[in-house]
Structures are given as structure tokens and as C-alpha cells.
Design a protein around this ligand. Sequence first.
Ligand code: HMG
Ligand code: MG
Length: 327
Amino acid sequence: MTAPGHEPDALDLGLPAPVPDPDLPVEVRIHEVGPRDGLQNESSLVPVEVKAEFIARLAAAGLRTVEATSFVHPKWVPQLADAEDLVPRLAGLPARHPGLRLPVLVPNERGLDRALVHGVGDIAVFASATETFARRNLNRSADEAMAMFEPVVRRATGAGLRVRGYLSMCFGDPWEGPVPPEQVIGFGVRLLEMGCEELSLGDTIGVATPGQVGALLEGFARAGVPAGRLAVHFHDTYGQALSNTLAALRAGITTVDASAGGLGGCPYAKSATGNLATEDLVWMLHGLGIRTGVDLRALVGASAWMADRLGRPSPSRTVQALAGGRA
Ligand code: HMG
Ligand code: MG
């Protein structure tokens, strides 16, 4: 019986009854990118204390990798120009949440120097599988960008930092169209050989479909890259992000990038919209009996809180269902 005036919501109904699939991994590591990939695309500047609180809430919800910000040129991404102010505010979090990692994006040695001053332990370089996006995002050809990353990766690994490599436009590019898998695999293998511990394959404009994902991952396997060194990074422009994730899990992927509340995009990629929403991902993974360590209700609370700060509803379907999409 429901008391008059009180409508039951999905929270009252609980979470999906897990039905495990023996062909899928038992555990997935979520690489949360909301504070970086999400907020880099906001039209208004988000105050630094709001960013710090958002990251603290995400950590409290059980996320153990939260990409915090970027040490890029402040004129290129003004939304993240406060990196120097933000990172020290996060210093107490790892002690409260053992195992928490707070990577930052670094494009060049200048960015690495800035990150090292603040004792950052994890960085990510970000390459492009296409020429046009390399020029638009990094002001260089794709090869020149790789040359820019080389000393960054060498110095960072030498200093004991963990380095992730991103590769953008792995499936389609808004200026060049479909991207040949062998081109993607070529750049990806170079990033791994350079010293990146992990390679995240980005569908920057969200055009991939599950068959393409399976084929690209098969290509990496044929090139000798184990699935354990790969992550997937889907944007949800065409509503394919969850289906693509399932295809990736079937191919043995166990690290999935997602953005709390479905925030996101890329300021230098025409038509890039929000990332796969972390809540939608967690709903599916928990429904498949896959462990994530994430408390979905706390995560929805964090995204609803952020939606209130941004003044618009979260695009995540799960946040809408569980929190009425507040704001
Ligand atoms: P540039 O203009 O070619 O830089 O930009 P430069 O090397 O010619 O240097 C020019 C000036 O900028 C110099 O200052 C440098 O010191 C300074 P001056 O000597 O003239 O006074 N500078 C810097 N200052 C602060 N921090 C720095 C820095 N670097 C140079 N790090 C650059 C080249 C790479 C810096 C620029 O293009 C840039 O910052 N790009 C970043 C773009 C970006 O952040 N895009 C979004 C992230 S990628 C993404 O979202 C995709 C992803 O999510 C995966 C997916 O979805 O596919 C990861
Ligand atoms: Mg992205």
C-alpha cells in the first residue's frame, strides 16, 4: 500500500534482479570522466568548489578512477583553466577512499610540468586516429602529436606515474567519415609501445555500432594487444553507447569509461555529445551481475546534485528514472 500523496518511485522498487551471463566478466572497472570530459564542454564556467564537491561525491559513491581535469592550454579549454586550483582541493580524498586514482589529461611537456608540481600520480595523453581531428584538437598532424607525447610518456613513466593513452575518432570522424580499423590499430599500438599502460578507444562522436566495435577489438587481438590493456570510451550521440559496451564486454574488455549524469562532449569535435552515462552503465552491469563497487543510489544523488548546480536535468535515463531528472 502506498500512502496517499506518495507515489512509489523506482528507488522504492529496488535495483534490477541480477541475471549473470557466463560469457561476461565478473567485474568491471569504471573510468569516470564526468569532471573532465563532461565539464570541459559546459557553456558556463563551473566554480572550482563545485567541481571539487562533485568529485568528492563521485568517490564517495564508490568510483575508484575519477578523471579530474586537464593541464591543457587554458585558452583552448577555458572550462578547465582552474586545474591548479582544483587538484590541491582533492588531496585528502585518496586517504578517505583507499585505491582512489585521480588522473588528469596532459598533452605536452608543459602540461606534465604543471601536473608534476601538484604531485599527480596518473596522467593521460590523447592522440587522434585521424589527421583532421589531430590538427583541430592539438594544433598538429597526427604524427607530430605522437612526437609531442613521446617525451611526456618517457618522463612520466620514469617518474613512476601511470600513463593512459586515449585515441579519438576510432570509428568515424565528422570531417573524414569512416576511419579504417588498420589506421586505428596502427596509432593504438604506437601509444602502447610508447609506454602507455592502457589504451582507451574513443568513439568521440558516438557513431559506432556493436558490429564495428567487435571488429575493431578483434583487430587489436590479432595485432597481439590483450583486451586487458584496452578500455572503451563511448559517446552516446546515436544512442548506441550501451549496446557498444555490451559488445566490448563480450570481446573481453573490463575497463569502461563513462560520465556521471551523461555529461560531456568535446569542444573540438563537431557533433560530439554526452558520454555514456555512468548510471546507465551501472544499471546494466549490476543487472548482469557484474561487480563495479559503485553504490548506484549515491551516484544518482551526485549527478542529481550536479544537475541542480548546472540548472538543467541530467540526460541520463537512469538518473531521470531514479531522481526525476532533477534539477
Ligand atoms: P599550441 O598553441 O600549438 O601550443 O597548442 P604551443 O606548443 O605552440 O605553445 C604555445 C603557448 O602555449 C606557449 O606559451 C606554451 O607555453 C603554452 P608562450 O611560450 O607562447 O607564452 N602552452 C601551455 N600552457 C599551459 N599548459 C599547457 C601548454 N601547452 C602549451 N599544457 C596544445 C597545443 C596541445 C597545448 C593545445 O592544442 C591544447 O591545449 N589542446 C587541448 C585540447 C583539449 O583539451 N581537447 C579536449 C580533450 S580530448 C577529448 O575530449 C577526447 C577524449 O575524451 C576521447 C574521445 O572522446 O575521443 C579524450
Ligand atoms: Mg570523450
